[in-house]
Write a protein that binds this ligand. Structure first.
Ligand SMILES: NC(=O)c1ccc[n+]([C@@H]2O[C@H](COP(=O)([O-])OP(=O)(O)OC[C@H]3O[C@@H](n4cnc5c(N)ncnc54)[C@H](OP(=O)(O)O)[C@@H]3O)[C@@H](O)[C@H]2O)c1
Length: 333
């Protein structure tokens, strides 16, 4: 029997979430039953999509339940096993985040082969956010030679991988992010034009200056004003991969807009939303590309780390304040 701390949803946020929406609880985890293993989590991820699961409405993932531990990606180590498929010391990648330890049937868990990478990479560039970037840019936006690419939330987990893949493939990349540190990081990973949208009076004008010949691909992580600016700066037949709209996740009421959506008609723009879990069949193709880029030193892994389960809500809230560079992670041990 071990004790495990976990983060539960205490109340559903209205508008910007706060620490009061979460509670830390301690539970006991018994020895694993036959067929089960006990896992101690080492890393967990916090992601913007979790905000949507805090709302009690049907979506592509079920809502979190009040009083229950939250769920999300985690990398853990098997510490006790009652099944021959997994042994103590094995690493597993699961959706049992937001807690320190848990028991689960071995048949439901997949052993993680890290291929020499640090395990937390599988919550970032080599995991869901990396796949999101790869799918959105190469399959949804269907990147083609000569495209000028605009990326919002460019210094984040998904955005920084999008920028790097586009640079690896030889494109001109414009990245928007908030703050000088993020701008310096974007320059370091090869982004051609950086827009600090927090310091720019007029985002559309800044984008038109950065892309005097227009843009062909917009990878949207933010929505709102960024999407409007991209619609204005887009060339005919531009493709927009609508990945996320974080600027809208905490609004109490759905805003009007984008006000200039009619540009999509005249410019024949294709706007396509996507959810990465509908593209998990592409994992092998993605992993082949990504492992090659990492091995060849073409892709930089950037992480912001909070420590301890008690700081997981803080890590989550920082996503909405822009206080993460690259992937936001929580180290649990
Ligand atoms: N479709 C899918 O399957 C899928 C999968 C994964 C992620 N996503 C989406 O992809 C986007 C990025 O996710 P991520 O995990 O990579 O997060 P992230 O970019 O690492 O972190 C979120 C970033 O969003 C920016 N941000 C927050 N509030 C903002 C606002 N009001 N206006 C403009 N920027 C704001 C902040 O950067 P700044 O400092 O630059 O403002 C912050 O660092 C999110 O919209 C997420 O929901 C979608």
């Amino acid at each position: 029997m071990v004790t495990s701390r976990e983060i539960r949803l205490k109340s559903r946020p209205v508008g910007m979430p706060s620490a009061e929406n979460f509670e830390l609880a301690t539970v006991t985890v018994p020895a694993p039953a036959p067929g089960e293993v006990q896992v101690k989590n080492i890393w967990m991820t916090v992601d913007p999509y979790m905000r949507g699961r805090m709302v009690d409405r049907a979506s592509y993932v079920p809502p979190f339940q009040l009083g229950e531990p939250l769920q999300g990606g985690a990398i853990g180590e098997v510490v006790a096993s009652n099944d021959s498929r997994l042994k103590p010391g094995d690493l597993v990648s699961t959706m049992f985040g937001w807690r320190e330890s848990f028991n689960a049937p071995a048949s439901t868990l997949q052993k993680l082969d890290t291929f020499g990478l640090p395990p937390q990479a599988f919550l970032g560039v080599a995991g869901m956010p990396g796949l999101t970037a790869w799918v959105g840019l190469l399959k949804i936006a269907a990147l083609k030679p000569g495209d000028v690419v605009f990326v919002s939330a460019a210094a984040g987990a998904v955005g920084s991988v999008v920028c790097q893949i586009a640079k690896i493939k030889g494109h001109t990349v414009i990245g928007s992010a908030g703050g000088a540190d993020k701008g310096a990081f974007l320059k370091q990973i090869g982004v051609d034009h950086v827009i600090d949208y927090k310091a720019t009076g007029n985002l559309t004008e800044a984008l038109l200056r950065a892309a005097p010949n227009g843009l062909d691909v917009y990878f949207d992580n933010v929505g709102g004003e960024h999407l409007e600016a991209a619609l204005t700066a887009a060339n005919r037949f531009a493709r927009f991969a609508l990945c996320g709209m974080i600027s809208q996740y905490n609004v109490a009421r759905m805003p009007a807009g984008p006000r200039n959506i009619m540009f999509a008609v005249g410019k024949s723009i294709r706007l396509e939303g996507f959810i990465v879990s509908n593209h998990f069949n592409l994992l092998p193709e993605f992993q082949k590309d990504m492992s090659e880029w990492i091995r060849e030193g073409k892709l930089t892994r950037k992480e912001t780390v909070e420590h301890g389960i008690e700081n997981a809500p803080t890590a989550f809230l920082k996503l909405f304040k822009g206080e993460n560079l690259g992937k936001m992670l929580v180290k649990l041990v």
